[in-house]
Design a protein around this ligand. Structure first.
Ligand code: PLP
Length: 489
């Protein structure tokens, strides 16, 4: 082939490959600059997106482009169309659900993980991703004061971690052999969690064939913590009625109020009754990094499994949930399935993390946790969490000092539940005015709060969890709330 033809062939192949490396580099620099400005100035945007349903969809072409488009044009559309449709979780006024953060080191880790495209399904397909995951989860275990020997594995979300844990619990039921025989026509299994447990527990029951009838809610005390005496009574009642109780999920840091179930007493019952104890500490577990908050995980060393989400309160962006277990062999029994095409010579000496969950392919999530822990240090993480708890206390004392408001639950961590009072109105009307007050504040663009129901009544929640939230943001949210509620008096 002549030289000219050679060059033509190379150009043709280039067109079939990736974008030009020079273009990638130039646009990459611009994106990093943009992200740096964005993270530093997320406050410039309204925290809650102002778009109406369907608006973003309408602004986007309904059919894909047949010809290549320049990266520059695509990125311009991200800013023009996508950004206005975002609710900014990185905004320091984000106080809804469990606020969280996307710090610089984690953003860089996500970019690197995408570049490596390492699929940590087998040790062999990603040795560094697998081993870094094992190491960083052992670091995290130490940071939380959990016992040595716990096995940790990263899942996408707490919902998946809890599903995997309860699948293992089901596998551990003697004489059932669910893995082989399935559940149809077999024992009537029952599992338990408090009335305040997250819906992911019940959902796991639905997925696992336990069904909603196989899930029982345990009453809580006046501080929204599971009542262990009620648990013991319900388990006995169920056994007498022919059910097979098999698992209890205790929550350390419930979604509505962050209440902490009495894990030591629950562990006692689980040991006596031979029930698998799973602890859902998706949000609150991170608090154990702070020495004076370590009490939060008391008794958790007795749990069979525990889930904690660094993507909630440890400055790692979604998604990264960690499932710890004392019984990895049971999780493996439940999930390992090894067709010939996944066999490797190393399988007897190195773990294949696909064996501990539903999905085969696994993103290199450990990198972002590793980079955040290194960039902040354990003391830096503890200091940031401590500050969030202080900010929640500042907010709580503002609520307590105002007779037009009341706090609705204890606030052991960084969430405050409260409501505005509208004396002289009925419960329904008062709830409605609280909902309107919240909507008003959320429409301001400066703060975003969410709500829950406690004792049947509407309650507002302010959750501190973003790295960039300062006292001025909390005080501003309070001013907005006071003004919005005053308008309705
Ligand atoms: C206590 C608790 N468990 C589980 C979850 C579910 O988390 P994920 O979104 O990671 O599935 C939440 C979410 O807020 C939660 O608060």
């Amino acid at each position: 082939m002549g030289r000219l033809e050679d060059t033509g062939k190379r150009d043709e192949l280039k067109r079939l490959g990736d974008v030009d490396p020079g273009v990638f580099q130039a646009e990459g620099h611009r994106v990093v600059d943009w992200i740096a400005r964005y993270l530093d100035g997320a406050e410039r945007y309204p925290v809650l997106s102002r778009v109406r349903p369907g608006e973003i969809r309408q602004a986007l072409p309904a059919t894909p482009p047949s010809r290549s488009e320049p990266l520059e044009t695509i990125l311009a559309d991200v800013e023009r169309v996508v950004v206005p449709g975002l609710t900014h979780w990185n905004h320091p006024g984000f106080f809804a659900y469990f606020a969280n953060s996307s710090p610089g080191p984690a953003v860089l880790a996500e970019a690197l993980a995408a570049a490596f495209n390492a699929n940590a399904m087998l040790w062999k397909t990603a040795p560094a991703a697998t081993e870094l995951e094992l190491v960083v989860l052992d670091w995290l275990r130490q940071m939380l004061g959990l016992p040595e020997g716990l096995f940790g594995v990263i899942q996408d979300t707490a919902s998946t971690s809890t599903l995997v844990a309860l699948a293992a619990a089901r596998e551990a039921v003697r004489g059932l052999d669910v893995r082989r025989r399935g559940l149809v026509g077999q024992a009537r299994l029952r599992m338990y969690a408090s009335e305040q447990a997250h819906s992911s527990v019940e959902k796991a029951g639905i997925v696992l064939g336990i069904g909603q009838d196989g899930y029982r809610s345990v009453p809580v005390d006046a501080e929204y913590r599971m009542d262990p005496l009620a648990l013991a009574r319900i388990v006995a009642e169920d056994r007498a009625a022919g059910w097979t109780p098999f698992a209890v999920t205790a929550t350390v840091g419930t979604t509505s109020t962050t209440s902490v179930d009495p894990v030591p007493a629950i562990a006692e019952i689980c040991e006596q009754e031979r029930l698998w104890l799973h602890v859902d500490t998706a949000y609150a577990g991170s608090a154990a990094v702070v020495p004076e908050l370590r009490w939060i995980l008391a008794g958790c060393e007795r749990a069979d499994s525990l889930v904690v989400n660094p993507h909630k309160w440890m400055f790692v962006p979604v998604d990264l949930s960690v499932l710890y277990t004392r019984r990895p062999e049971v999780v493996r029994e439940a999930f390992s399935l090894l067709p010939e095409y996944l066999r490797t010579p190393e399988e007897s000496v190195a773990p294949n993390l696909m064996d501990y969950g539903v999905s085969l392919g696994r993103r290199f999530r450990a990198l972002k946790l590793w980079m955040v822990i290194r960039a902040f240090g354990t003391e830096g993480i503890a200091a940031r969490l401590r500050e969030h708890v202080r900010l929640a206390r500042v907010f709580r004392s503002l609520v307590e000092a105002d007779p037009h408001f009341e706090v609705s639950a204890p606030s052991p961590l960084s969430v405050v539940c409260f409501r505005a009072r509208f004396p002289g109105t009925g419960a329904e009307e008062e709830d409605r005015r609280n909902a309107e007050t919240m909507e008003d504040v959320n429409a301001s663009g400066d703060a975003y709060l969410s709500h829950t129901r406690l004792g049947g009544r509407m309650v507002l929640r302010l959750a501190v969890g973003n790295l960039r939230t300062e006292e001025r943001h909390v005080r501003h949210a309070w001013d907005l709330l006071q003004r919005a509620a005053a308008k309705r008096r």
